[in-house]
Design a protein around this ligand. Structure first.
Ligand SMILES: [Zn+2]
Length: 139
């Protein structure tokens, strides 16, 4: 990369100049680590839910009398699923952020197209909205 411009489309996006490349590289490293962590977590959860299904089937007769009518076993399963969905959602956002680094649009708010503050990106490297747009969305 030395001596060459890694972002040939820089001229096409004047605001890109406000985001420095060294910072983007730091965020990219963070995002790759986060992606690996999330993928490992997701794999662990999938394995855990598989073994949970097996032990549930093995202990089916014990549960039948006490829990058959309360539906608490179903509740546990639903909670686990939503947890898995959050990790998947996060992983998706991390992948999108890595993609936007390749596209040269990282650090730009997807809503108002203003640069996102560095402090926000450091706290949430996979975010694609600035603080003010985020607040508007949450309202
Ligand atoms: Zn915005």
């Amino acid at each position: 990369m030395v001596g060459t411009d890694p972002y040939p489309f820089e001229g096409a996006c004047p605001r890109w100049r406000t985001v420095d490349k060294k910072f983007i590289e730091q965020m990219k490293t963070k995002l790759i680590k986060e992606k690996e962590r999330l993928e490992a977590e997701l794999k662990q959860m999938q394995e855990a839910s598989q073994s949970a299904t097996m032990s549930e089937q093995a202990g089916e007769n014990d549960y039948e009398d006490s829990f058959a009518d309360t539906g608490s076993a179903t509740f546990e399963r639903e909670r686990d699923d939503s947890l898995g969905w959050n990790v998947k959602d996060l992983l998706y956002q991390v992948k999108q952020a890595l993609h936007s680094i390749d596209e040269g649009t990282y650090g730009i708010c997807s809503n108002c197209h203003e640069p996102i503050k560095k402090a926000r990106l450091q706290a949430l490297p996979y975010t694609d909205t600035c603080v003010s747009c985020r607040e508007k969305q949450e309202r």
